[in-house]
Design a protein around this ligand. Structure first.
Ligand code: 13P
Length: 342
């Protein structure tokens, strides 16, 4: 696959008005989500829930550019025997796959992790491409705790793995989503988050360069610069938007086609408001969109609660959130939009 072809996929992933549905929760993570709605974490429920989203025509065709899947889901069939990946592709959205094997304790660095999964990755990418994936995701996790965390060791180890993963993806015709997530956990202020995010992104792009990753054929999935969840004084929407853009402009080359944020535990409406505020501050060198998990799925999950009779309600909730975020990619969202369509 040529760089022009990778670039075409990347641009489609971040097309204006649309964003990515992160539905790649591991079996352990989806259990946490199902526990909150009292749904048993069995394969049939995982399938029914995800099928419900992938069959939400309005959301999928108008507002979702791509879907990140977990290994189980990319091989799974809907109730009627159709492959879920086929349902996604027929809606016009691009199927993607989470390929990392999780964040594991980093030797010598208490409280910090490095994401594993490089061994055998080339072979797994070749298989996933045959099944239908055209992009992949690898999430690195950077914690903030006191003055010593994150360490230089953790930032460089994670940036190096992200870049190795991204190079392997491109070699095999797959667009890498490069996701270095600085966690919201902690009592730090927004400036500390911005400073750590800047340090992390600088290192990621340095490693991306050393590993010969083509910037035109990747998508960045960063956190926003936000206040730690336990900090008493929370920054407002405008400050989050300004500080996030300041960091991104300092770190992300204009050759990158797009940036698709994670929501990271932000309340759904806040994640939309932040994205909208940034897009109102354009023009920007890259597309700015969403690749949300919780901020897109919390409402439909609650509406569904595991009951077949709630499917239509859950689909309406999913369409609403997807539409709100679609408006935010154009800087055309307002709190009124929420009320008019809720
Ligand atoms: P959240 O939006 O829930 O943070 O999930 C996005 C994601 O894919 C994290 O890796």
């Amino acid at each position: 696959m040529t760089l022009a072809e990778l670039n075409t996929i990347a641009r489609k992933m971040v097309a204006k008005g649309k964003g990515i549905l992160a539905a790649d929760e591991s079996t352990g993570t989806i259990k946490k989500r199902f526990d909150t709605i009292d749904v048993a974490n069995v394969e049939e429920n995982r399938r029914d829930y995800r099928e419900l989203m992938f069959r939400t025509d309005e959301a999928m065709t108008k507002y979702i550019s791509g879907v990140i899947l977990y290994d189980e889901t990319i091989r799974q069939k809907a109730k009627d025997g159709t492959l879920l990946v086929k349902i996604i592709a027929e809606s016009g959205a691009i199927p993607g796959i989470k390929v990392d094997k999780g964040a594991k304790p980093l030797a010598g660095c208490p409280g910090e992790t490095v994401t594993e999964g490089l061994d055998g990755l080339r072979e797994r990418l070749i298989e996933y491409r045959e099944i239908g994936a055209r992009f992949a995701k690898w999430r690195a996790v950077i914690a903030i705790a006191g003055g010593a965390v994150p360490s230089y060791t953790a930032i460089t180890a994670n940036a190096h793995s992200l870049a190795r993963y991204a190079a392997l993806c491109q070699e095999n015709g797959i667009v890498p989503i490069v996701e270095p997530e600085v966690l919201m956990d902690g009592d730090h202020d927004i400036d500390r988050c911005a400073e750590v995010t800047e340090r992390t992104l600088k290192e990621v792009f340095q490693q991306v360069y050393h590993q010969r990753v083509a910037l035109e054929g990747m998508v960045l999935k960063p956190n926003m610069a936000v206040t730690g969840k336990k900090c008493a004084k929370q920054a407002g929407v405008q400050e989050v938007a300004e500080k996030t853009l300041m960091v991104l402009k300092r770190c992300v080359p204009a050759a990158v086609p797009g940036i698709a944020f994670l929501s990271g535990g932000q309340p759904a409406e806040e994640a939309t408001a932040h994205l909208d505020a940034m897009n109102k501050m354009g023009p920007l060198p890259w597309e700015l969109t969403f690749s949300y998990g919780r901020a897109l799925q919390a409402a439909p999950q609650k509406a569904w609660s595991g009951k077949p009779e709630n499917v239509a309600k859950a689909q309406a909730a999913f369409t609403h959130r997807a539409r709100m975020n679609g408006l935010a990619t154009r800087g055309r969202w307002s709190a009124d939009c929420e009320r008019q369509t809720a």
